[in-house]
Design a protein around this ligand. Structure first.
Ligand SMILES: [Zn+2]
Length: 252
């Protein structure tokens, strides 16, 4: 999970300031094709900036959730917490507001399997984190539910999320609950595709780090041995060969 925090303190829900003792987690999806979290929060360098003035940190809104899962400024997926977890949210349109933490997964066009797998995983990790935090059993009846399940149980308004989306990618809420339970047990299995995504993310993180030996890197760049970029990233055999070749050609 890649968790950020930007509380929507201007939202009327936040200002109402009521609290709950979390008894469950309700999963929502936004119902609009916009995968960027900065559609819903004012944003910052990490989250991206809302430029449409249509974020939820405003008065006059009748809804507010505890978090959004979606794309960050750099295009990777993360979570932004928007209400304290124990504040009563306005997400369910029913009694679940008194018991459940509610978060939204930002929808894209619904058909991109790569995006779905990534936000699904993030949502699993977020829910597992909340279950651990509030000692919730994701397998117990009514604890981890989506909005449409809440409607069937009489604790939420008549919305279809997330069952208009998850089944398109072969997932049910039972799968989701099982994945949350596995994550809690620490037995989550990382697929090869997920591992590759993690590896890419890890390399991007490394590449963004400052050199620990800046003078030597600058010296090597001045000698034409390296272009000096991505100083903390991993090196390939190809890059090694090119650098060795440049060193061999350097006049002594
Ligand atoms: Zn919903």
């Amino acid at each position: 999970m890649n968790l950020y925090k930007q509380l929507l303190t201007e939202n009327d829900c936040y200002k109402a300031g009521r609290t709950i003792v979390p008894k469950g987690v309700m999963v929502h999806s936004t119902g609009a094709n916009n995968p960027w979290v900065c559609r819903y929060v004012p944003g910052n360098d990490a989250l991206g900036y809302n430029t449409g003035g249509n974020h939820w940190n405003r008065a006059g809104f009748s809804k507010c959730v505890h978090a959004f899962v979606g794309k960050l400024a750099d295009g990777t997926v993360g979570t932004v917490q928007t209400l304290p977890w124990t504040m009563r949210g306005w997400h369910a349109g029913g009694a679940a507001n008194n018991t459940h933490i509610g978060f939204e997964i930002c929808e894209d066009g619904l058909e991109d399997s790569g995006y779905f797998q990534t936000v699904y995983r993030e949502a699993v990790e977020l829910t597992a984190f909340l279950c651990r935090e509030y000692a919730l059993d994701p397998g117990a009846d009514g604890v981890v539910i989506c909005h449409s399940e809440g409607y069937k149980r009489g604790v939420a308004s008549n919305h279809a999320d997330v069952m208009h989306w998850f089944p398109m990618h072969g997932k049910t809420m039972d799968d989701f609950r099982a994945d949350v339970a596995r994550a809690l047990e620490g037995e989550e299995k990382v697929t090869y595709e997920e591992w590759k995504a993690y590896m890419e993310r890890y390399r991007r993180e490394l590449a963004g780090q400052e050199p620990t030996m800046p003078e030597l890197v600058a010296d090597a760049a001045a000698m034409g041995l390296t272009d000096g970029t991505r100083p903390r990233d991993l090196v390939t055999r190809e890059e090694c060969a090119v650098m060795a070749r440049a060193a061999a050609k350097t006049p002594r």
